[in-house]
Design a protein around this ligand. Structure first.
Ligand code: UD1
Ligand code: CA
Length: 463
């Protein structure tokens, strides 16, 4: 491949979204639309990527500069897609190579499709190659007009098309490859004599043909990829399409998805073979899951690292690590920096935060363990609370191997229950407990024999 440049158009207002937020910052499968486009271009290995911004340029700039290596150029007035390309003239016009143009609102193209487009364009030494699609419902997309010998003649926008032209089902996806020099040699000739009084980029094709340049078309294999997002309906459709593509990829890799209509997996998630994903599960961010796991029903996991043979039910968890053969749930909330080592058992209604739990440790019922380092084979009984916060600062609880923390114990941090120690039920522990000691910190029980009858006798006299 010779030099490859990319221009992404994202200056338009996206009126049809009816949103305060910039259209390309809306998410598809948990990731902003523009990030899908720019990630593909990054994978494609573009030497230079330029993004044209305008409407809400500041918010978009802030987002793009944080995440992508792109050059931003501003289109002050949105006078059309050709006018948008002209804003990249200073950056590109002097360079030799291929320029790939994409709309910022098309999140679904695969790397393979873009590679096929670029390859075809370069092999045929075309001046321009347009990526097209055959759609059952071509909606308001621009239509591809071909002549008698079937070569591309021009593209007509929906608003300018005749009834007959609107019957054409082959549409312009807004993705093009151009010979960079040829693009910039004709683009200033585009005019705005059309229904929208805009400078249309697709008009470049007719201008090149007039100069006897080669113009080709490449069709996407899967028309689903061709979809642009202009309104909320298309946003939902794009999300559904990408979701199915992601699920399909995991199933091809040996993952069982019990209900594909009720499972939501973001693009960067990894799942090992023979893991079963049960319904109502959301796997987000950079979550990585090993083999032979049971995930869900109802697991909402973000940026998790999970080893093999782990089971997680009815759980919200983020930013944490879970080692082999550990079971979690039902009804667990796991906040970041939790680390569950091997064969840990986390039962029902447990809140964990910044807690490290050693091999074989159990927290079976109704407990809060936060800012804690817990050793191996510890039993944390029902209702235990690490009292980690004094209203201003957080303090740490340390529990040694083989310790036993009885029911309804408060561990007021900073505190250290050492190896093999026992803490009696109902204790509020404020001092360290030595190794193998039993700590009891509660009032002794007093029984008053026959007291209830005396009490009632007294009351009836008072009446
Ligand atoms: C465009 C194409 C149409 C194609 C469709 C595919 C034109 C004239 N029409 O139509 O043939 O079928 O995409 O989705 O190109 N933009 C700018 N500056 C502008 C105008 C637009 O940067 O002045 C950006 C928008 O932010 C958007 C992209 O260009 O990301 C396409 O613009 P949009 O208005 O959505 O074009 P469509 O009407 O969808
Ligand atoms: Ca569009």
């Amino acid at each position: 491949m010779g030099n490859l440049y990319a221009v992404v158009l994202a200056a338009g207002k996206g009126t049809r979204m009816k949103s305060k937020k910039h259209k390309v910052l809306h998410s598809v499968c948990g990731k902003p639309i523009i990030d899908h486009v720019l990630d593909r271009l990054h994978e494609l290995g573009c030497d230079r990527t330029i993004c044209v911004i305008g409407y809400q340029g500041d918010t978009l700039r802030e987002h793009l500069e944080k995440k992508h290596a792109v050059t931003l150029v501003e289109q002050k007035e949105q006078l059309g897609t050709a006018h948008a390309i002209m804003q990249a003239k200073d950056e590109l016009a002097s360079l030799e190579g291929t320029t790939l143009v994409m709309n910022g609102d098309h999140p679904l193209f695969t790397l393979e499709t873009l590679q096929r487009l670029v390859r075809s364009h370069q092999e045929k030494r075309a001046a321009a190659t347009v990526l097209t699609a055959d759609l059952d419902d071509p909606a308001q997309y621009g239509r591809v007009i071909r002549n008698g010998n079937h070569s591309v003649q021009r593209i007509v926008e929906y608003k300018d098309a005749s009834e007959e032209e609107r019957q054409i089902t082959e549409i312009n996806t807004g993705t093009f490859c151009f010979d960079n020099q040829k693009l910039f040699s004709v683009i200033h000739e585009v005019n705005n004599n059309n229904a929208q009084k805009e400078y249309y980029l697709p008009d470049v094709l007719s201008l090149l043909l007039k100069r006897s340049e080669l113009v080709h078309a490449v069709k996407v294999h899967d028309a689903g990829e061709a979809m642009g997002v202009n309104d909320r309906q298309q946003l939902a459709e794009a999300d559904a399409y990408m979701r199915q593509m992601i699920l399909q990829k995991h199933m091809e890799e040996g993952v069982t998805i019990v209900d594909t209509s009720n499972t939501y997996i973001e693009p960067e998630v990894f799942i090992g073979a023979d893991t079963v994903i049960h319904p109502g599960t959301f796997l987000r961010g950079t979550t990585m899951i090993g083999e032979d796991c049971q995930i869900g029903p109802q697991a909402d996991l973000t940026d998790m690292v999970i080893d093999d043979e782990v089971s997680i039910k009815y759980t919200v968890a983020s930013g944490s690590r879970i080692e082999k053969e550990t079971t979690v749930g039902p009804y667990v909330y796991m906040r970041p920096q939790t680390h569950l080592r091997k064969r840990v058992k986390i039962g029902c209604f447990i809140d964990l935060k910044k807690a490290e739990l050693g091999d074989g440790t159990k927290v079976s019922h109704l407990a809060y363990v936060g800012d804690a380092r817990v050793g191996k084979k510890v039993n944390i009984s029902c209702g235990v609370v690490t009292v980690n916060y004094d209203g201003k600062n957080k303090f740490k609880t340390i529990i040694g191997d083989n310790a036993f923390i009885g029911c309804n114990v408060n561990l007021v941090a900073p505190v250290h229950v050492k190896k093999g120690a026992y803490v009696a039920a109902g204790s509020t522990i404020t001092n360290d407990v030595p190794e193998k000691a039993l700590a009891i910190a509660r009032e002794r029980q007093t029984n008053k024999p026959g007291y209830v009858e005396k009490l009632w006798a007294k009351r009836s006299q008072q009446k």
